[in-house]
Write a protein that binds this ligand. Structure first.
Ligand SMILES: C[S@@+](CC[C@H](N)C(=O)[O-])C[C@H]1O[C@@H](n2cnc3c(N)ncnc32)[C@H](O)[C@@H]1O
Length: 185
């Protein structure tokens, strides 16, 4: 992501928070749907003295409460598989990024077809599971960028697969992703 001190980053679905602020000197804004997580994140951040570098907002990734182009980069860790409308998610994140900024995604993704065997770590049933392949992620992110007529590079990394970095115009074939370990085979 080209992290360096002073960058303003958005942590989408931050949970109780992350520490790119401490490791790289970035200013991080976390947003999460679960109000209790935001409260815990704020308390933990104060406890480790990072309140000047990290702030949190209660809100949805599908209706981000930020102005256009507010961030130099964004990341999302283990969240997308619970979000029903990933196209809206990508469009929203693209809106709040400055042109050309990176959105890094590290999610649970589907690496093979087949029924999922619930319960799974991210949900007890299918009503809250929206797992997709890395190729589908790239397709949706490209569509969102094109619709908004703005560039935005997305790095997709399946949480339970090997690394497969991609950017617009250079997405590797999903068949090149190692098939193991699998989700839903
Ligand atoms: C598995 S946790 C991951 C938390 C954090 N990213 C991490 O890696 O520790 C998933 C998080 O996504 C949040 N979440 C789910 N749907 C969301 C949405 N539509 N908007 C914002 N946050 C959401 C949940 O509240 C939860 O905190």
């Amino acid at each position: 992501m080209g992290l360096r001190p002073g960058l303003s980053l958005l942590d989408v679905g931050c949970g109780i928070g992350r520490h790119l602020a401490r490791a790289h000197g970035c200013r991080v804004t976390g947003v999460d749907l679960t109000e209790a997580y935001v409260a815990v994140a704020e308390a933990l951040t104060r406890r480790v003295g990072l309140q000047g570098a990290i702030s949190f907002r209660h809100g949805s990734a599908l209706a981000l409460p930020f102005t256009d182009g507010a961030f130099d980069g964004a990341y999302m860790l283990h969240v997308g598989m619970n979000v029903p409308d990933r196209s809206a998610l990508f469009a929203g994140v693209r809106r709040v990024l400055r042109p050309g900024a990176v959105f890094a995604v590290h999610d649970v993704m589907r690496l093979a077809p087949g029924a999922l065997d619930f319960p799974l770590p991210w949900t007890s049933g299918p009503e809250a599971s929206f797992v997709e392949s890395p190729a589908a992620y790239r397709r949706r992110s490209r569509t969102a960028a094109a619709a908004g007529n703005r560039s935005c590079v997305v790095l997709v990394r399946p949480a339970y697969g090997e690394s497969c970095p991609a950017s617009y115009g250079a997405a590797p074939d999903s068949a090149s992703i190692p098939p193991r370990p699998r989700v839903g085979s």
